[in-house]
Design a protein around this ligand. Sequence first.
Ligand code: MN
Length: 211
Amino acid sequence: MAYSLPPLPYDFAALAPVIDEQTMKLHHDKHHQAYVDNLNKAIDADSSLQGRELADLLAGASNLPKMVRNNGGGHWNHTFFWEAMTRPGSSEPQGELSDAITSKFGSIADFQDKFNAAGAGQFGSGWVWLVATEGGGLEITSTPNQDNPLMDVADVRGTPILGNDVWEHAYYLTYQNRRPEYLKAWWQVVDWNKASERLAAAGRQEAVVSL
Ligand code: MN
């Protein structure tokens, strides 16, 4: 069974003006589609990689062909990313997640500042993450290219709770080179309810994305 591109959970203009419609169209229909197509091509070439849950494949990233690591990471990360967002201003941090962030980082604003700094500091293309580690703690980390914290090559391993794409294709049409401005604006479209669900899933050792 080949991997396929999931539809966006909202329309292309839903995140505007934080993320413009044209960026969403290109990002989903062209970039994400290309990761899916190239992942399927790479998997076709190796039967030992077929029929596996993508997260399980990625956990062994150090032994994967580069094409599978890069495009499999691309498919997982983008699916996670679309589901992590919603219409601007429609949710707020609450409950257990809000408490856990506040106790670890001091306040939601302090957490956002640290997350933004990690995203701005990621050299070149990559991702910035809030991760629930195996011990249950929260950590901020960043990964290069399409790597993610599920991978055995990651500096900080764990279950992603939030993640932002800091590739230029994610923001260039609206923000040009101003990555910090994009990182700051992005919080308006974060789906905090989804993030809370993911923290709960991580606590139950369940997958936050199933592919
Ligand atoms: Mn992207």
